[in-house]
Design a binder for this molecule. Structure first.
Ligand code: F0G
Length: 430
């Protein structure tokens, strides 16, 4: 067939025999000769100049650091920075999936997916500012302790800046994707026989002794960058604040950053009221939730254990800053179990979004808030997914392939011979 009269906007053509098909023809190859297909478009009705104008508008006017979702907010991040080390980062999506509304009981839950950052976690927002600052002060080397994401991000930004990076991570407790990234980006990587808390103590001692610039989230420049998660989501909502922002909490840098961003945004008239923060810890690593339950009268350090290795932290460094953040936002601190985290993760993964285990704690936390009557279903809530699904492939294979008995959401892969008969047999039985 050939389209005789006015061509449609888009159609398919077989590269082998020239046969033309509609855009909606479902065949993967030409149904006449089996050749490969190609899409063709009618020439656009706009002139080239008009098209360029339109593409430019959609992308944002300034093709400089304005395209970074951190430096776009530079007036409230680090106004004096001139030469910035930017990937660029940020510009992460706000997502909605009805399946997660049903799972959490929230009428309209939005997900701010920070896994869409260049190294796959929110850490890039702090690191672009931290490494920019390292360059400004002439640091000769940078360092951090990490459960994996900070190290991957530091390694990438230090490589971009041409500054050597030293990374301390707990041996055997870092998710595979994060360790692989850290090595790939070239950081000097030490696997410490100890937990994250031991790594942090050691790197603090070492950095002052060795004159290395420390880029953990105790570094205030990191916090300034991480504020932009909140600023960007407020901008995406037209500066109409949600009722709740729910986030996972480990070392508490992000909780501190969110509180600071909200208080400043309110003080400077960007938003009319302050949303409530809900910081969610893993039950096996919940010293902050325990303090919250006692109105922050005591500070605790625990021996941390959780499947969410990113937040396997027993003695959070930004404790005081995070207490202020919770107080100033009328916030709450929760703890969710590993089973709840894995169930939430299966729900997030299963609707095609995907996140790492620590991120799923935020979604489990949203469900918990509704169940406990703290959040009304019709309230507006944003849960922050802090890291990408591929950060922790190990937990995915354990959950879907290896666990016995298989958990409810397990999607077992099946190995088969390359025969149609066997494929049909398998599909008939499952
Ligand atoms: N989610 C993810 C994916 C994380 O990697 C972290 C922290 C958090 C949540 C908690 O943020 O520490 O500011 O309360 N990861 C750090 C790291 C500790 O080394 O990558 P926090």
């Amino acid at each position: 067939m050939k389209f005789q009269t006015q061509r449609p906007q888009t159609w398919q053509v077989c590269l082998a025999c020239g046969r033309e098909m509609t855009e909606l023809d479902p065949h993967p190859r030409c149904s006449a000769c089996g050749g490969l297909l190609e899409l063709r478009h009618r020439p656009p009705e706009l002139s080239a100049a008009q098209l360029i104008e339109r593409f430019t508008d959609r992308r944002g006017r300034r093709p400089d650091t304005g395209t970074s979702g951190v430096w776009r907010f530079r007036e409230v991040v680090l106004p004096s920075a001139e030469e910035v080390i930017s990937h660029p980062e940020g510009n992460t999506p706000l997502l909605h999936r009805p399946a997660l509304d049903r799972w959490t009981g929230v009428d309209h839950l939005l997900l701010k997916h920070e896994g869409h950052n260049p190294t796959g976690s929110f850490k890039d927002r702090g690191m672009t500012v931290g490494v920019t600052q390292a360059r400004r002060i002439g640091a000769t080397a940078v360092a951090c302790a990490s459960t994996g994401n900070t190290s991957a991000s530091l390694a990438a930004y230090a490589a971009q800046a041409g500054i050597p990076a030293l990374v301390l991570v707990p041996a055997d407790q870092v998710a595979l994707g994060k360790l692989a990234q850290t090595l790939a980006y070239g950081a000097r990587t030490l696997l410490v026989r100890g937990d994250f808390d031991a790594c942090l103590k050691l790197v603090e001692e070492a950095s002052s002794r060795l004159g290395v610039y420390l880029l953990n989230s105790i570094n205030p420049f990191r916090i300034e960058g991480q504020k932009t998660i909140v600023l960007e989501l407020l901008q995406q909502l037209g500066w109409e604040p949600p009722d709740w922002i729910v986030l996972p909490a480990g070392n508490l840098g992000n909780t501190a950053a969110f509180g600071k961003a909200l208080v400043e945004a309110h003080r400077w008239g960007l938003i009319p009221r302050i949303p409530r923060l809900a910081a969610v810890q893993a039950a096996g690593a919940a010293p902050f939730a325990r303090s919250f339950a006692e109105d922050f009268e005591n500070r605790y350090a625990v021996r941390a254990e959780t499947v969410a290795t990113a937040i396997r932290i027993g003695d959070p460094a930004s404790f005081e800053r995070a207490v202020s953040a919770i107080r100033e936002t009328d916030g709450v601190v929760l703890a969710v179990t590993d089973d709840e985290i894995l169930e939430a993760k299966a729900a997030v993964d299963g609707c095609g979004i995907g996140c790492e285990p620590a991120s799923a704690a935020a979604v489990a936390g949203a469900r918990d808030l509704v169940r406990r009557g703290l959040m009304a279903p019709e309230q507006h809530a944003v849960a922050v997914l802090t890291g990408h699904v591929l950060k922790d492939p190990g937990i995915l294979l354990t959950y879907h392939r290896d666990m016995s008995p298989p958990p409810p959401g397990a999607n077992r892969p099946i190995e088969i011979d390359a025969s149609l008969a066997e494929l049909e047999r398998i599909l008939a039985t499952s």
